[in-house]
Design a binder for this molecule. Structure first.
Ligand code: HEC
Ligand code: HEC
Length: 326
């Protein structure tokens, strides 16, 4: 039954993409990366198909491979526990890559897996999948990159490989990255974003953006800015990425209820608060902006409410720095 339904959905997607595309033929080192692409919003029909595209839903097998893939899934959902030496904040990978990294349009692992090796303008070379994973540890987790070939990266890669197994469709058409959001009618605005934040976000993520923990110290709602959140080098620090993520997924379980304008306004508001320093910090905020944040999507190095963003950031690495000091 499941197989039958999947087959129909795949046919639907093929109509949209105009045919099967083999992995090697569409991969191109020059293809633009999610952070720089501006494509118009997908027509409604496409997004319906896109949301339903299956990844490999078979249970992880109970064998030697399966143990490693299962470990990857556990790291993904709880890196502070299973990869603690590389994690400086209290986020999980699945806080941003929803549903254990399977949700289409929320940068799912299965679509990512088949998209590497790929050129990334962020570091100016062709990245392997493991190198891409390293990036999210360094920036999104405000931590440090596990070495290539380390058990943590092998486990995460195994999990991603399993989810991608058998999905021979162009991932860009079926939910890779965060679903692109069209530009707002008016330029994004801090004051309007603040109102959206107070009305639609603060009850979970707290008025000061620091999120919430339960009585056992377990994070119930992740931090959006401040020392427990991603650092200035992370992809979510791009207003373009954040607006897309927020529109599709937030408020939690009420995706697509904010207007496009509200999504951009609140993304700008969120990304106009201080957070841990960019690990590529050169010692000068101005120079770091020039080198790594020279885009309308980044507020790093801009003055907001009289303070220069990035100038009072705590060093990157968060908790890892405390551990080292002990
Ligand atoms: C704060 C949100 C956030 C967290 C936490 C996070 N990521 Fe990401 N991740 C992103 C964003 C945003 C992008 C797209 C970045 C870009 O365009 O530069 C991304 C991209 C990726 C990609 C590439 C996707 C593609 O299609 O190219 C992979 C793989 C990935 N992340 C894995 C991880 C792993 C593994 C972790 C945990 C160790 C993690 N991420 C934690 C936000 C996050
Ligand atoms: C009902 C509670 C709730 C509300 C309201 C809510 N969120 Fe979230 N948010 C969550 C949860 C839970 C997660 C983690 C999702 C997961 O792990 O599956 C999350 C994750 C996020 C993340 C990615 C992780 C991080 O810490 O950076 C961002 C960004 C975010 N929310 C922004 C917003 C914004 C902006 C709003 C308001 C428009 C909002 N959220 C409203 C519960 C909420």
């Amino acid at each position: 039954m499941m197989v039958y339904r999947s087959a129909i959905l795949i046919v639907g997607v093929l109509v949209i993409t105009g045919g099967t595309i083999t992995l090697s033929s569409w991969q191109s080192p020059t293809s633009p990366q999610p952070e720089t692409t501006q494509t118009p919003a997908q027509p409604a029909t496409a997004s319906v198909e896109r949301a339903s595209v299956p990844f490999n839903q078979a249970p992880i097998p109970d064998n030697e491979f399966g143990k490693i893939a299962e470990q990857g899934k556990m790291i993904f959902n709880n890196p502070s526990l299973y990869a603690s030496q590389y994690v400086g904040n209290s986020l999980t990978c699945s806080n941003c890559h929803l549903d254990s990294g399977t949700k289409a349009g929320s940068a799912p692992l299965w679509a990512a897996y088949v998209s590497y090796p790929a050129y990334r303008s962020k570091n100016n070379h062709v990245n392997s999948f493991q190198e891409r994973l390293q990036g999210c540890f360094r920036f999104s987790m405000n931590g440090k990159a596990p070495a290539l070939g380390s058990p943590e990266l092998v486990a995460l890669e195994s999990y991603a490989w399993w989810l991608a197994k058998g999905t021979a469709i162009n991932p860009d058409e079926i939910g890779r990255g965060f679903t692109k959001l069209s530009k707002p009618a008016k330029p994004a605005d801090y004051a309007r974003g603040q109102i959206v934040y107070q009305e639609r976000c603060a009850m979970c993520h707290a008025a000061d953006g620091s999120g919430q923990t339960d009585n056992n110290g377990h994070v119930t709602f992740p931090a959006l800015w401040g020392d427990k959140s991603f650092n200035w080098g992370a992809g979510m620090g791009s207003i373009t990425n954040a607006a897309a993520f927020i529109r599709a997924n937030m408020p939690y379980s009420q995706g697509n209820t904010l207007s496009i304008q509200q999504s951009w306004d609140v993304a700008l508001y969120m990304d106009s608060h201080d957070r841990p320093q960019d690990p590529r910090f050169t010692g000068s905020v101005e120079e770091t902006r020039q080198k790594y944040h020279n885009s309308a999507s980044s507020m790093y190095g801009k003055v907001v409410n009289g303070s220069l963003l990035g100038s009072v950031s705590t060093p990157s690495g968060g908790r890892l720095n405390e551990k080292e000091a002990q």
